[in-house]
Design a binder for this molecule. Structure first.
Ligand code: DX5
Ligand code: ZN
Length: 220
């Protein structure tokens, strides 16, 4: 059985002391940095862009998992790669030509992910799962950290796990939004591979310890 990954979401970091938070993640048992890019159009919030990503990449010692909550992501994937992205995830809802976009991401040498909003059914991924390395299931409406986890996510994870098994698709299932050490076990049991956690990590008294706990949770 493969071990799950933990990806702290930098959106919840202290941007005035970003270096401290990067060092914390480097020293922790976390697997990836999760980087949320928001454009104020696809989602009702604006986070940060290339210069901040490049600065994070300079100090990060783990892969950068870049989650693009922007319209027309295909226009910017090369710049995200150049700024240091290892995985680039685009939203299903933001891509008219999703197949072309995920292949363009892979041609740049990145792994490719596709994200779905809470209202988008897993069945819409049927024609793309052979072409992606990762599917990100949003467990809150994207735009903000610290929101309440949507319970219907468990069913969506199980449905995607079954679809992937059926099709022999080798993909990671990532869950993002309201994830904490309270629901991590249930998410892993449902079939999640990657747990993204913003608030749960960065608001913790001891983030390193919280990450270690999340890594230690076992579904078996
Ligand atoms: C939300 C972002 C998430 C966010 C998660 O739009 O995609 O990655 O940072 O934050 P928490 O874990 O606080 O819900
Ligand atoms: Zn995210």
């Amino acid at each position: 059985k493969r071990k799950h990954l933990v990806a702290p979401s930098v959106l919840s970091a202290d941007f005035a002391h970003l270096h401290d938070d990067i060092v914390m993640v480097n020293q922790s048992e976390a697997d990836w940095f999760h980087i949320d890019v928001m454009d104020g159009v696809f989602v009702p919030n604006i986070s940060f862009g290339f210069p901040v990503l490049a600065s994070i990449a300079h100090y990060a010692k783990k892969p950068l998992d870049v989650h693009l909550m922007i319209v027309e992501p295909q226009k910017y994937i090369k710049q995200f790669k150049e700024a240091g992205a290892d995985n680039i995830t685009v939203h299903y809802e933001a891509c008219t030509h999703l197949h072309r976009t995920v292949h363009a991401i892979r041609e740049l040498g990145c792994t490719a992910g596709v994200a779905i909003n809470p209202s988008t059914p897993v069945s819409h991924l049927y024609e793309i799962i052979d072409d992606v390395d990762l599917v990100l299931i949003m467990s809150v409406n994207p735009g903000f950290g610290g929101q309440k986890f949507i319970e219907a996510t468990y069913r969506k994870i199980r449905e995607l796990r079954a679809m992937a098994a059926d099709r022999n698709a080798d993909l990671l299932i990532e869950v993002d939004g309201g994830v904490s050490n309270h629901n991590a076990l249930a998410l892993l049991k449902a079939g999640a591979d990657v747990l993204v956690a913003g608030n749960a990590v960065f608001s913790a008294k001891n983030p390193i310890h919280t990450i270690a706990e999340m890594k230690r949770i076992s579904p078996d």
